[in-house]
Design a protein around this ligand. Structure first.
Ligand SMILES: Cc1ncc(COP(=O)(O)O)c(C=O)c1O
Length: 454
């Protein structure tokens, strides 16, 4: 603490003085503190913030996605609409706790033998096993051959981060290619884990669809062994997924170049309403016998957002390698958060292990996906009904929680100011945040915004 090199250069002389006071305070026992010296607490808290050892800290901007909700919450308008948040809302605009989740929680509460002991570093073993089956399929050869190691992590974000930290330590290539555009947190997660982030072409603004040629060209010129981040389904923010034929072409290119696929599966079941259908891309890359990583999240598909339940699976060449990889994953996790929380993973395991509950979940999941699809149809019709210029068919062609409207940041700002509609500045709207009553308001706002730009 006495080392002055620990004080940032921008720190004022006052900050230096505070550190000296702190150091002297720590060096001396309370009994021999000079009674004329102001108390440490008083000296650290008095005066302007120039007296703080943190006075040099600049205010950080809000997260571009979470900041939308903060702005929405401050708006007193009764017609305000939040389409920025990536969370499901009912037709009444309310957050939803699935009935099957409530039943699972009741079971857990009523089970008197349950305790709150620490989980192992790798999490709840049964949850890990069931999560791997959910994404890779019941009959996955990789699971049968014990080539998969799965660790419970803190939702999708935590799974991506643990995977990235592992790669930065143990994989020879440090470059990861992420799609352009992608979920805003991806570049931060990978950069802070120590990987070097590059982008590959993904979206074509003219067709509002996939730029498959650009994607193949960019991955074709990536260095051998580079890591490639792929959205397993329901690409965020564009809602544009490759077709199965395009996935097959991508797979062949990735395997022929020896690139390493890292799947982000945050929406299994949300895209099509079917868990197996939405896992097809991942399964193609596993049945070919090759290696890959998969980050799974239960935030959206089980509505467990705040419980932070997810899993990282690494599919390895042999069972022996998988076991060594797991031992190293523990070394990544232990100093980060020691071990994951027990409650959310117990909910998931309770549902996945019980046939009735599992079936009920698939029905709930399909209902959520179908409501989102029906909102796409309603919005498309409302825009057409207003005769708004342009081809809006991408709204019904895109898939999953989000529509990438094509509205620019000026139009978005206009819609927020004049219509109290909140979304990210790239024009992404959450279809899950819409309902039959709010569709006309959004269509009116888009109409006015498009006129503005015409
Ligand atoms: C593409 C993608 N990946 C990962 C996540 C992470 O979600 P969570 O950490 O809440 O599971 C999200 C959430 O919006 C996402 O859209």
């Amino acid at each position: 603490m006495a080392d002055s090199s620990a004080v940032p250069m921008e720190g004022s002389a006052a900050a230096n003085r505070r550190v000296s006071v702190l150091a002297r305070h720590l060096e001396s026992s309370s009994s021999d503190v000079d009674s004329n010296e102001p108390s440490l607490y008083a000296s650290l808290t008095s005066g302007s913030d120039g007296d703080s050892v943190f006075a040099h800290v600049v205010k950080a901007p809000e997260d571009p996605i979470l900041g939308v909700t903060i702005a929405y919450n401050k708006d007193p308008s009764p017609v305000k609409l939040n389409l920025g948040v990536g969370a499901y809302r009912t037709e009444e605009g309310k957050p939803l706790v699935l009935n099957v989740v409530k039943r699972a929680e009741l079971q857990l509460v009523n089970n008197r033998s349950r305790v709150k002991e620490y989980l192992p570093i790798t999490g709840l073993a049964e949850f890990n096993k069931l999560s791997a089956k959910l994404i890779f399929g019941d009959d996955s050869p990789a699971i049968r051959e014990n080539r998969v190691t799965t660790v419970q992590c803190l939702s999708g974000t935590g799974s991506l981060r643990v995977g990235a930290e592992f790669l930065a330590r143990h994989y020879y290539q440090r470059t990861i290619y992420i799609p352009q555009p992608t979920w805003g947190n991806h570049p931060k997660v990978f950069t802070l884990a120590g990987l070097s982030v590059k982008t590959y072409c993904y979206y074509d603004p003219t067709t509002r669809g996939l730029n498959i040629q650009g994607l193949l060209d960019d991955l074709g010129s990536a260095p051998p062994g580079a890591i490639v981040l792929l959205h397993a389904c329901a690409h965020n923010p564009t809602g544009v997924d490759p077709t199965l034929e395009q996935w097959e072409t991508i797979r062949q290119l990735i395997r022929s170049k020896g690139l390493l696929p890292f799947f982000d599966s945050a929406y299994q079941g949300f895209a099509s309403g079917g868990l197996d259908a939405d896992a097809q891309s991942v399964r193609m890359f596993v049945t070919d016998g090759g290696e890959c990583l998969v980050a799974q999240s239960y935030a959206k598909n089980m509505g467990l957002y705040g419980e932070r339940v997810g899993a990282l699976s690494i599919v390895c060449g042999t069972a022996d390698v998988a076991s060594r990889v797991e031992s190293q994953l523990k070394l990544v996790i232990r100093p980060m958060y020691s071990n994951p929380p027990i409650h959310g993973a117990s909910i998931v395991a309770t549902i996945l292990r019980d046939r009735n509950m599992f079936n009920e979940w698939t029905v709930d999941l399909k209902a959520m996906a179908d409501r989102i699809i029906s909102m796409r149809q309603k919005l498309f019709e409302a825009l057409r009904g207003r005769g708004i210029p342009g081809d809006w068919s991408h709204i019904i062609k895109q898939i999953g929680m989000f529509t990438y409207t094509g509205l620019n940041s000026k139009q978005v700002a206009f819609m927020t100011k004049e219509f109290h509609i909140y979304m990210t500045s790239d024009g992404r709207i959450s279809m899950a945040g819409l309902n039959s009553k709010t569709v006309p308001h959004l269509a009116d706002a888009i109409h006015a915004a498009v006129k503005l730009n015409a």
